[in-house]
Design a protein around this ligand. Structure first.
Ligand SMILES: [Zn+2]
Length: 162
């Protein structure tokens, strides 16, 4: 389907232009709870293995269930890698990485404030790009069938903070 390929190329170009890579923040700035907690400490230790190294699919898989333990700086660091990964064939193997990103962008009301904090260092273009990423998901048959409602909620949430 050439049209889908074009859409993916267009989205990738946008991601490359508005989400340049940034350096991994210092370990104490990487996680959400400043004074540490079990999850944050675990994630911090696991991610140290990737400092100054290539962020591979393995690293994305390590992070995907722990997105809520990353700080705003952590999100700013991981999203450029994460979004690019979601567009690769590798992301089609178990699809959990894309799924968890969608879920983490549609918080239930009690987690909205936390989520806003995590997204607080993204600029307007980056928030827009996340919305475009969700539109791209919406156009993928798998995601359309699987979690259209979640995608809609995430789009609505992100549009509210623009
Ligand atoms: Zn924590």
């Amino acid at each position: 389907m050439p049209e889908m390929t074009t859409n993916t190329c267009v989205l990738l170009k946008e991601i490359e232009s508005v989400f340049p890579f940034v350096e991994m923040p210092d370990e104490n700035e990487l996680v959400f709870h400043e004074n540490g907690c079990f999850e944050c400490d675990g994630l911090k230790n696991d991610l140290e293995d990737y400092r100054n190294k290539a962020i591979t699919g393995k690293a994305i898989r390590l992070v995907h269930q722990e997105l809520s333990s990353l700080s705003a700086k952590g999100w700013q660091w991981v999203l450029p890698h994460y979004l690019r990964f979601c567009l690769t064939p590798e992301a089609e193997y178990n699809r959990m990485e894309t799924e968890f990103l969608i879920y983490s962008l549609r918080p239930s009301p009690e987690f909205e404030q936390e989520t806003l904090l995590r997204l607080s260092l993204l600029d307007k273009e980056q928030i827009n790009c996340l919305i475009h990423f969700l539109s791209w998901c919406e156009n993928q048959q798998h995601w359309k069938d699987y979690c259209l409602e979640d995608i809609g909620r995430a789009q609505k949430f992100l549009s509210s903070i623009k």
